[in-house]
Design a protein around this ligand. Structure first.
Ligand code: UDP
Length: 236
């Protein structure tokens, strides 16, 4: 099920409900794209019809960020728990290892996707990584060829949003994989280049607070959250 927040469709399901939906599409050879939705993207999409349409065309929009949950509460919606991009990726990878579906990591600086792949294999020894490719190769047809030769069922693209979603949408008809997820900075997190907030902060959905404490200059960016909630509230 989906519900609309500031004109963008967002899935209401949790991880356990989404995984079978995603993998059924793989088995049915139905291509699908997973995009992470957060307040920042929703505010951008409000001003940018092109971006809004792009987000709405994705088959799955996951509620990343506590702001989306609060927004859903404000409009008396049904989204009760976060589905973060990096955790969704982890769940997909786990299920891919279990069902022997191969994955491909495309994006981030040279070496990062390889390191991320090693980390994933350490966690899920049965995982099949069909290949990796850094996100700075300018020759798109070369990238497409590399991915298609590897024949992965699942492609993770980590080039920042909305660049990664635009890339996927533009090329998916010519690509082998059936399941696509844009994962932003997740390869950097997996490779250990960027640290996630401690578990306690994650549990309370307060990663924003951790980041703010570490980087006070983020305050200006984070002031967008109240603005976002006000928009949602006055729209209903
Ligand atoms: N990146 C890339 N190619 C590019 C631009 C960026 O592969 O042309 C990578 C960059 O190295 C980083 C990621 O995309 O790993 C961007 O992560 P960011 O955290 O900015 O994305 P967000 O999660 O904020 O969308």
């Amino acid at each position: 099920m989906k519900e609309e927040i500031l004109g963008v469709q967002v899935n209401t399901e949790n991880y356990d409900q989404l995984i079978p939906m995603l993998f059924r599409n793989i088995d049915d050879k139905k291509k699908s794209l997973v995009v992470a939705i957060n307040p920042e993207k929703l505010m951008k999409a409000k001003e940018d019809p092109e971006l809004k349409a792009l987000l709405n065309r994705a088959e799955f929009q996951i509620p990343d960020g506590i702001g989306v949950i609060i927004a859903s509460k404000l409009i008396k919606g049904n989204i009760t728990s976060r589905v973060t991009g990096v955790d969704m990726m982890d769940r997909i990878v786990r299920e891919a290892a279990r069902t022997q579906k191969s994955i491909f990591l495309y994006g981030a600086k040279p070496g990062v996707a390889d390191k991320a792949a090693k980390q994933l294999i350490a966690t899920y020894p049965d995982l099949i990584v069909a290949g990796t490719q850094d996100g700075y190769e300018q020759d798109t047809s070369k990238v497409i060829e590399t991915i298609n030769q590897a024949q992965p069922e699942i492609l993770f693209v980590a080039m920042g949003s909305p660049k990664q979603e635009q890339w996927i949408e533009q090329h998916r008809d010519n690509l082998y994989p059936t399941l696509y997820q844009g994962v932003g900075g997740s390869f950097d997190v997996l490779a250990g280049n960027v640290k996630r907030a401690p578990a306690a902060f994650q549990r309370f959905g307060a990663e924003w607070l951790y980041r703010l404490l570490k980087e006070p200059s983020r305050l200006k960016r984070q002031m967008n959250l109240p603005k976002f909630l006000f928009e949602v509230f006055t729209r209903k």
